[in-house]
Design a protein around this ligand. Structure first.
Ligand SMILES: Cc1ncc(COP(=O)(O)O)c(C=O)c1O
Length: 372
């Protein structure tokens, strides 16, 4: 070989800042020899839907067989739920897979992928990994600036990623604001708008229903949902998109043939009927959010008002230091410099006991830092 293979990896890939996942509880407990709670990845603290667990126990017995590669029954159920034809529903290994595929089918070098600063990092990673040019506009008051995004559209824009509600700020825009934005960009360019609604189940239902209706008819809108959050199935890796059937057919060529396992499909299928688990999860989140925000206010700590199952907490000092100190006390949170907030941490709403552990640890860490 005349050159190291690393030199053959395209420069645009070598320059990608990788996705940094939250630390697993087991790793922290092993390394620090303490009991830990994980409030770092916006997971459901109540666990998976019990109906999904039952389905997993049943379907794991078929694991010697390949799954249904087309995910027929799950797609059929989702199509019925959203009142759309089945050809408009695409299953992914988490909604992450669809974020990646959208960039891969549409972007060529020289073409642009547009998103915001201060949002889910997989958008910028997917745009760059597909060889596209990344264009970003700043947030305004921690929220997507749809006006600025619409102005940043050019004839070369091919894909636009927006999260509603946004991760990591928890802010959201209204259906009306989205529709106005969507009309503008649909006239201005040939781009797919990827509207990522991973946290919509924590929001009043009617605020997210409108986008699904639009996705079943518009030729340039892909709405993403996931089973990783309110359904408590993050480890199963299953999400889906509702969008234009012709584009989904192209995405289908690029995905791996069995991207969702039989167990994941069965779990998601069962979870959709587990109304009680969803209700309990949303209720527990609402109570936890209140517990967190009122205590943080008492402590004089600022956070951004959130429509989700997490909070962006502004600490006015290097958040990596605070996150490390919290880790030493057995609380795993995420420092947010890599998402554009060097003085903030993102904290998932946990159970009452987990929230109390975080609040107590944060109080001590802040007191320690003040003492220094
Ligand atoms: C805004 C947003 N979109 C997508 C995802 C990915 O979820 P999934 O587990 O379905 O891949 C996340 C995960 O945290 C997220 O925050």
């Amino acid at each position: 070989m005349t050159k190291s293979l690393i030199d053959r990896v395209p420069e645009f890939i070598r320059q990608i800042d990788p996705y940094t996942p939250g630390k697993p509880v087991e790793e922290v407990e092993r390394e620090l020899n303490i009991r830990a709670v994980k409030l770092a990845s916006n997971e459901n603290p109540l666990g998976p839907s019990p109906m999904a667990m039952e389905a997993v126990r049943k379907y794991v017995a078929d694991s010697n067989r390949y799954p249904d590669g087309g995910g027929h029954y799950l797609r059929e159920k989702l199509a019925r739920r959203h009142g759309v034809p089945m050809e408009n529903v695409f299953l992914g290994e988490g909604s992450s897979e669809l974020i990646d595929l959208a960039a891969r089918i549409l972007l060529k070098p020289g073409e642009e992928g547009l998103t915001s600063e201060g949002t889910f990092p997989l958008y910028r990673i997917s745009i760059r990994a597909a060889g596209g040019t990344l264009v970003r506009v700043p947030l305004r008051d921690y929220a997507y600036d749809l006006e600025a995004l619409a102005k940043a559209v050019t004839p070369r824009t091919r894909v636009i990623y927006i999260a509603n509600p946004n991760n990591p700020t928890g802010t959201m825009f209204s259906p009306k604001e989205f529709e106005a934005f969507f009309r503008l960009v649909s006239e201005a360019c040939d781009a797919l708008v990827v509207l990522d609604e991973a946290y919509c189940d924590y929001v009043k239902n009617e605020d997210c229903a409108a986008s699904m209706k639009l996705a079943s008819t518009a030729p340039n809108l892909l709405v993403l949902r996931t089973f990783s959050k309110v359904y408590g199935l993050a480890g199963m890796r299953v999400g889906y998109g509702v969008g234009p059937a012709d584009l989904l057919l192209e995405m289908n060529k690029l995905r791996t043939p069995f991207n969702t396992s039989n167990v994941a499909q069965a779990a998601a299928f069962a979870a959709l009927d587990d109304v009680e688990h969803v209700r309990r999860s949303v209720e527990s989140n609402r109570a936890g959010m209140k517990q967190m925000t009122s205590r943080l206010a008492e402590m004089g700590v600022k956070c951004v008002a959130s429509h989700t199952n997490f909070l962006l907490v502004e600490l006015a000092r290097d958040s990596k230091e605070i996150a490390d100190a919290l880790l030493q006390r057995g609380v795993i949170v995420r420092p947010m410099a890599w998402m554009g907030f060097p003085t903030a941490i993102r904290v998932t709403i946990g159970t009452k006991v987990e929230n109390a552990k975080f609040l107590e640890a944060l109080g001590r860490v802040i007191a320690d830092k003040r003492g220094k």
